[in-house]
Design a protein around this ligand. Structure first.
Ligand code: CTP
Length: 400
């Protein structure tokens, strides 16, 4: 649930679509923009490119453009938003016309579609437009706005495009994400830690950070205030997320423990090293004169256990359990020991999921005894499922 395709047609409100794109990026979406030719006369494609960090698609026959781009754009979109939607593009959509990249893509997509009309009030109230919108609504297209007020043509009346924030909210509703975590302060950890052996070597692990980053991005999209404490990771900080980078388990502990009291939810998705070298040598360990090297390792702090021991009643604590074999028993034991409300358990030896994969197959275990076995799914979808469960746990605590 990550990809938004934003279709910009040629209304004066096209400049407001830049703000819409920015708001969607801030919520962690990958936004790709398709502009009609008239739209490019009103706003430069470079502006959308800068805001979305993605190339802007302009023509079915662009030099250097990907072949069959309308099909790939249509397929990869989880939701399509047309903002502003002129009377012309609404008419083309209603009747299945496909004479440029935007209209062709709209005909080729099976993703949910949302339109934000913007036009002169006479055009808006014309029977043709009214009829075309009826057709779209019957087909399940979601129509946001328009609002009443001063119009670009100098007149007053109905026809102003809705505020970008209202359109962004509508996109979340279409994706079933609503504002489930509106205003909730959450703390997520991600990635693996690195425990230094000497200035050039460390003990690390195979965690990519993908699960934690997906959790942070999804929570931001659902309206949460998100702090992400991350070990070293190649991933970019998701939009709308406040990231704190750390290296070692000790550093992660410090950053997490200091922030946990002000967080309603803490999700420990990080692969924290369990052991660290007893002493980190200040100088590079040389090979010469050694046949073998023995490192003495000592335990790192167990951050999750510490959080569990000091947890407030109204807080929700979520842990991850990476296991090989006897998944349920081992994960349940960890859940009890660390006093967490919910454990996301996965068998890291099962093919296609776990470390560095974009997919994960998880078993959700709850302190009350409930178990939910989930299918193999993209980590972004799993993140949304986890937050839905967290939101129910929060409601349960508020209701007590
Ligand atoms: N965890 C932690 N601090 C540690 C080790 C783990 O906070 N020093 C957290 C992880 O972020 C995860 C949970 O504890 O949410 C379980 O981690 P896991 O590595 O599966 O379990 P361990 O407790 O380390 O036990 P083992 O490695 O023996 O399976």
């Amino acid at each position: 649930m990550n990809n938004v395709l934003l279709g910009v047609s040629g209304g004066i409100a096209a400049y407001k679509a830049v703000d819409l794109a920015r708001r969607l990026v801030q919520r962690g979406f990958q936004v790709k923009v398709v502009m009609s030719e008239n739209a490019t006369r009103l706003v430069g494609p470079a502006t959308f490119r800068a805001v979305t960090s993605n190339p802007v698609a302009l023509s079915l026959f662009a030099e250097g453009g990907a072949p069959m781009e309308h099909i790939s754009l249509a397929r990869e979109a989880d939701v399509v938003v047309v903002a502003p939607a002129t009377a012309n593009i609404i008419a083309k959509m209603a009747h299945g016309l496909a004479d440029d990249l935007l209209s062709t893509t709209l005909l080729a997509t099976r993703a949910p579609v949302l339109v934000a009309p913007a036009m002169n009030r006479e055009m808006w109230s014309h029977p043709a437009t009214i009829h075309n919108l009826e057709i779209l609504k019957e087909r399940g297209v979601v129509v946001v706005g328009p609002e009443s007020g001063p119009l670009a043509c100098g007149e007053e009346g109905e026809g102003r495009m809705s505020d970008p924030e209202a359109i962004a909210e509508a996109v979340l509703h279409v994706l079933g994400m609503g504002s489930l975590l509106s205003g909730v302060q959450v703390l997520v950890t991600a990635g693996g830690t690195r425990e230094p052996i000497d200035p050039v070597r460390f003990i690390g692990n195979r965690s990519s950070g993908k699960m934690g980053y997906a959790l942070a991005a999804t929570a931001a999209r659902m309206g949460a205030k998100v702090c992400l404490v991350s070990g070293p990771s190649a991933l970019a900080c998701p939009g709308g997320v406040d990231r704190v980078l750390v290296e070692t388990a000790e550093e992660m502990r410090r950053e997490v423990v200091s922030r946990a009291p002000s967080s309603r939810v803490v999700v420990m998705a990080a692969a924290v090293a369990d052991f660290m070298p007893a002493e980190a040598v200040g100088e590079k360990i040389k090979r010469a004169g050694r046949d073998k090297l023995t490192l003495e390792l000592v335990r790192t702090p167990d951050i999750l256990a510490e959080l569990g021991a000091t947890k407030k009643d109204e807080q929700v604590l979520v842990g991850f359990a990476a296991e090989t074999g006897d998944l349920v028993e081992k994960a349940r034991a960890k859940m009890r020991e660390k006093k967490v409300d919910m454990m996301v358990a996965n068998d890291v030896s099962s093919p296609g999921s776990g470390f560095d994969s974009d997919y994960n197959r998880a078993l959700l275990l709850f302190a009350g005894g409930r178990e939910v076995q989930l299918d193999l799914m993209p980590k972004t979808d799993l993140a949304a499922r986890i937050w839905e469960e967290v939101s129910s746990l929060l409601e349960g605590k508020a209701g007590r």
